[in-house]
Write a protein that binds this ligand. Structure first.
Ligand code: N01
Length: 552
């Protein structure tokens, strides 16, 4: 299908069309334009850059990876002029950083905002992608890079009668840009994952009543975020290079020391002391307190018991503490959370927990929400219900590859990729931080930069060889799918109804989507493929006399 723009909208004919102007899209744009001399157009649905940090502006939103490690590493000048103010940066500070990067590297001139991609079609005869946006913007590019994020397709629960509700309905991942005044209001929050756990303690002191609708309790440990002192910032600067090297070579992309100790190597007293120490400092790294928490039930139970004992200390009412304590899945099998005062929030007079596993929500009325056990009058409903993870943002647009096959058809049994980067039958389409990559299981920034560099080198190599049409072979894809499954099989990840497994959306194929082999191993696999002349990819000349983009 050829792209033709609506009157008043633009058409962009470029080497590369990138979808999404979050961390991944901006990195891809800078790399291909400034390092490879390619023309790039980024199409972004939001009306500004920032991706997930543009949309998730709910109170309390912040990252849970140390800010220093949640940064680009491609520019020493950028490093020198940017100072994070807190251990875990808030959403506004991260967005300021993204804006700073966009301005410093003059990225905005190649970005169209307010352009939600609705379809992309591979034209086999011409060897390019035609891309169409909801607003009529169109683009054509030799390459298509989906930098749409793994947690960006917002999931709204189906609540019968919600349109009758007279109050406000907000979603954490689609929070209004203008300030929302919750003071003195009766607010219901549905969902107790990372977003719920951040928003709940933050709004509890200002609202009149807070009703938390919990389906599955989460494991959460203290974040210990704090404003960085001058001395801490100076120390971070001094150790930055070494820290970056450690991130690149670590299995998680986190600056958490890797231990060789398993939880059962210590006796109970030593283990408890170690957990106490981790509890006081580690934040998200608590999951790495021992090296076998995600592979051994027995080891995992020691950490899970420890966290439950802490919940019991933090929540005054033992019955409430029990309801807030996860027991139906291993610690870490769902993405663990970090918090600031989450459990203590339930000691407040104005906060109520409603267990919707026992008494599910049946619907909404003009005045609030009803469950099988009763009704709750509310002024505002906050949906902290997460995302159609990993595949949602790739399957919501219609993407058609060779022979008219859609990505939805090709992935009907679950996502299939080679190295998490390409999918057979979809030539010249790359996914950044998508299914089959380690992105979600570690520091996504490290994955993003690895993917961007690796894809950039592949495009340069292919252009130099006169074979700019690149496609993962069906065999390589099948091999990687097996490899991803094999990496996940021995882990406890398989034992929770998580979004890693596609359990968050009814009817979604239940396959483990991220690569659980770790970033270090993943990087080695990718490097070996490149060193071997890009095995698993078929590369061919462009059809006809189409211009071959040349690297700088
Ligand atoms: O989403 P989630 P999130 N009825 O899917 C519940 C990143 N993140 O937005 O577990 C009732 O984790 C659902 O219940 P259940 C981070 O990677 C990072 O909180 O499905 N309840 C669950 O409690 C994170 O993992 C940061 O039974 C429903 C919650 O809603 C990811 O984003 C901050 C429901 C969804 O939890 C997603 O986090 C925020 C329904 N129909 C997010 N549907 C930081 O960096 C879902 N739920 C700190």
């Amino acid at each position: 299908m050829s792209a033709s723009p609506r009157p008043g909208t633009a058409h962009h004919d470029v080497d590369v069309v990138v979808v999404g102007a979050g961390f991944a899209g901006l990195a891809m744009l800078r790399e291909l334009r400034d390092e490879r001399g390619m023309s790039v157009r980024v199409l972004e649905a939001g009306d500004d850059v920032g991706g997930v940090w543009f949309w998730n502006r709910y109170p309390g939103a912040r990252c849970d990876v140390d800010s220093t490690d949640y940064s680009y590493t491609f520019s020493a000048e950028l490093d020198a002029e940017w100072d994070w103010s807190e251990r875990y940066a808030t959403q506004p500070e991260i967005l300021r950083y993204v804006h700073h990067v966009a301005d410093k590297f003059d990225l905005r001139r190649d970005i169209t905002t307010g352009a939600r991609v609705t379809r992309a079609d591979w034209d086999d005869a011409e060897g390019h992608w035609d891309v169409v946006c909801e607003d009529g913007t169109t683009a054509r590019g030799r390459y298509l890079v989906m930098a749409t994020g793994c947690l960006s397709a917002v999931k709204r629960p189906d609540i019968p009668g919600i349109e009758e509700f007279a109050g406000q309905v907000l979603h954490t991942a689609d929070w209004p840009r203008e300030p929302v005044d919750l003071a003195g209001k009766r607010v219901g929050v549905i969902g107790t994952g990372s977003s719920g756990i951040q928003v709940i303690p933050r709004i509890a002191p200002e609202v009149a009543e807070l009703v938390v609708f919990q389906r599955t309790p989460a494991f959460s440990v203290p974040a210990h975020h704090h404003v960085l002192s001058d001395a801490e910032r100076a120390a971070l600067r001094l150790t930055l290079a070494q820290r970056r090297e450690q991130l690149r070579s670590s299995p998680t992309g986190l600056s958490v020391p890797v231990t060789k100790r398993g939880a059962l190597d210590d006796d109970e007293q030593a283990r408890r002391a170690h957990y106490e120490e981790q509890w006081r400092t580690a934040g998200f790294g608590f999951l790495l307190a021992y090296n076998n928490l995600l592979v051994s039930h027995e080891a995992n139970a020691t950490a899970a018991d420890f966290i439950r004992s802490k919940i019991a200390e933090r929540v005054e009412d033992p019955e409430l503490a029990a309801k807030l304590s996860p027991s139906s899945y291993p610690y870490g099998a769902k993405r663990p959370c970090v918090d600031t005062g989450y459990y203590e929030t339930f000691n407040r007079e104005n906060v109520t927990l409603v267990d919707i596993a026992d008494a599910p929500i049946t619907g909404a009325t003009a005045t609030g929400l009803t469950t099988t056990a009763g009704s709750h009058d509310l002024d505002v409903v906050v949906l902290a219900t997460g995302f159609d993870a990993m595949t949602g943002s790739l399957l919501r647009p219609t993407i058609t590859g060779r022979d008219g096959v859609t990505l939805r058809e090709h992935w009907s049994g679950g996502p299939r990729t080679y190295l998490g980067l390409m999918t057979a039958g979809f030539p010249n389409m790359f996914v950044i931080a998508g299914p089959g990559s380690p992105s979600l299981l570690g520091n996504v920034m490290v994955s993003i930069e690895q993917h961007v560099d690796w894809v950039s080198a592949l495009l340069a190599d292919s252009a130099a060889a006169g074979t700019p049409v690149i496609e993962a072979t069906a065999e390589a894809e099948a091999g990687w799918v097996d490899h991803v499954n094999a990496a996940a099989a021995p882990t406890l990840y398989m034992e929770a109804a998580s979004y890693y497994l596609g359990a968050e959306v009814e009817g979604k194929p239940r396959v483990f989507m991220p690569y659980a082999g770790g970033l270090r191993r993943y990087r080695r696999e990718c490097d070996a493929v490149a060193a071997d002349g890009y095995t698993g990819f078929e590369r061919s000349p462009a059809p006809g006399d189409v211009r071959v983009p040349q690297p700088a």
